[in-house]
Design a protein around this ligand. Structure first.
Ligand SMILES: Nc1ncnc2c1ncn2[C@@H]1O[C@H](COP(=O)(O)OP(=O)(O)OP(=O)(O)O)[C@@H](O)[C@H]1O
Ligand SMILES: [Mg+2]
Length: 392
């Protein structure tokens, strides 16, 4: 489970002194101030994290509240804040799986770090116990027209075909202004995020369902209607919120990322389990792929390297032909995959509206994308570093 932001996280805070956090370090969270007694019969699952100002309540009442929380089947993580936290409270805190303390004075960054740390720990546990196992793969073109959208669509299709559940894969087109995915798929874009303005940040799963365009069994598309101003009209928070709920609702989310950096690009990359950089077999494209890969690698989850995939490889070029050696010299590394060129299949599918795997299932593009997806899936299973259960 990846925490893109605090948006939509339900924070239950005890103590008036914590109220300013709602506009400060915890901005974006659904913030509720409560009396300590509220914790005595808190319905399970009604808060993602509980903050208690120990200076604002009697130690006995706080101990009773924590004891009650510890008895819940899945207790929310608890953060105690105060000038001098009594030893008895610390002992009570030990009954909880996830808890932390901050003694005053603490800064906004410390508070944020403690809150994120607890949310991540609780999220990792939920995932490990099989509650959620979503993965997010991002696809980015090294140069314009390299085939990022085409490969996003084919990867999403390949994953949906390998899954048995209904709502398994979601393709998110983050080329907000003029994404091509709807046109390629012959499907109407229904994510009218721009109209929602600031309320888009409070999106929930029900609204997400209204935004999704069903493509095939197991594959939905989230894409915005054409709007030249969309990048300015849709906030960073709204984009991250959409991804967050998509990751909750689907087992795999494939993101078609714009090539140019947006205010949310790095967060999307940080939340990705795989990043595919699409290049073509030309020197400028390969140099761009290497530069892009070098730029983003430090931003990714520890140990994760962007996968460089060379698209539109002409017949037999990806064998022992010198062009591949040259390609890898330009890249200064091995490519992670090659996708055959098949203009007929690519053009036919976009003209008919739909994936290549649907209209030209025998195309080498389909074979190569399938092999790439299988390799990535096997790696994810073998290497715990790439396993979906890893929390970000
Ligand atoms: N393997 C392939 N063989 C033949 N044609 C391909 C292949 N992959 C993509 N194409 C074609 O190349 C063109 C560009 O592809 P696509 O739109 O996917 O690139 P992109 O990287 O998303 O472009 P943009 O920079 O505009 O977002 C399209 O016409 C597509 O059909
Ligand atoms: Mg594109």
């Amino acid at each position: 489970v990846t925490h893109w932001s605090l948006l939509g996280r339900r924070v239950l805070a005890v103590g008036q002194g914590l109220a300013p956090f709602a506009r400060g370090p915890l901005f974006g969270a659904v913030f509720e101030l409560a009396e300590i007694d509220r914790l005595l019969d808190l319905p399970a699952g009604s808060a993602d994290i509980v903050l208690i100002d120990t200076d604002a309540a009697q130690p006995d009442a706080v101990t009773a509240a924590i004891t009650a929380l510890a008895a819940l089947p899945t207790a929310p993580p608890v953060l105690l804040l105060g000038a001098q936290i009594p030893g008895g409270l610390v002992r009570a805190l030990l009954r909880l799986k996830h808890s932390d303390m901050l003694e005053t004075p603490y800064g906004p960054e410390q508070l944020q770090a403690a809150v994120y740390g607890l949310l991540d720990a609780a999220g990792a546990e939920a995932t490990a116990s099989g509650v959620r196992t979503s993965r997010c793969w991002s696809v980015m073109g090294a140069v314009g027209g390299a085939g990022a959208t085409t490969l996003s669509i084919e990867i999403a299709h390949a994953l949906a075909a390998r899954s048995r559940s209904d709502r398994s894969v979601c393709l998110v087109d983050l080329n907000l202004a003029d994404g091509a995915a709807p046109a390629y798929l012959g499907a109407p874009p229904s994510m009218g995020l721009a109209e929602f303005g600031p309320t888009a940040e409070r999106m929930d799963a029900a609204l997400l369902a209204a935004f999704a365009t069903p493509i095939t069994k197991g594959l939905d598309l989230l894409a915005c209607p054409r709007d030249p101003l969309a990048f300015d009209r849709i906030s960073r928070e709204a984009v991250l919120r959409i991804l967050e709920i998509a990751c909750e609702a689907y087992s795999v989310v494939i993101v078609d990322l714009p090539r140019h950096r947006r205010p949310w690009t790095l967060e999307v990359l940080r939340g990705s389990d795989e990043v595919v950089v699409v290049s073509e077999l030309t020197v400028p494209a390969l140099l761009s792929a290497r530069a892009l890969s070098d730029e983003i690698e430090p931003e990714l989850l520890a140990g994760l390297k962007p996968r460089i995939v060379i698209n539109r490889v002409a017949n037999r070029m990806f064998g022992p032909a010198p062009s591949l050696a040259e390609a890898e010299r330009a890249l200064q590394r091995k490519a992670d995959g090659g996708i055959a060129s098949d203009w007929e299949a690519a053009a036919a599918s976009v003209n008919l509206g739909g994936a290549i795997s649907q209209h030209r299932p025998k195309s080498k593009i389909v074979r190569d994308v399938g092999a790439l997806v299988d390799r990535l899936l096997i790696q994810a299973e073998r290497d715990p570093k790439f396993a979906p259960s890893r929390a970000a």
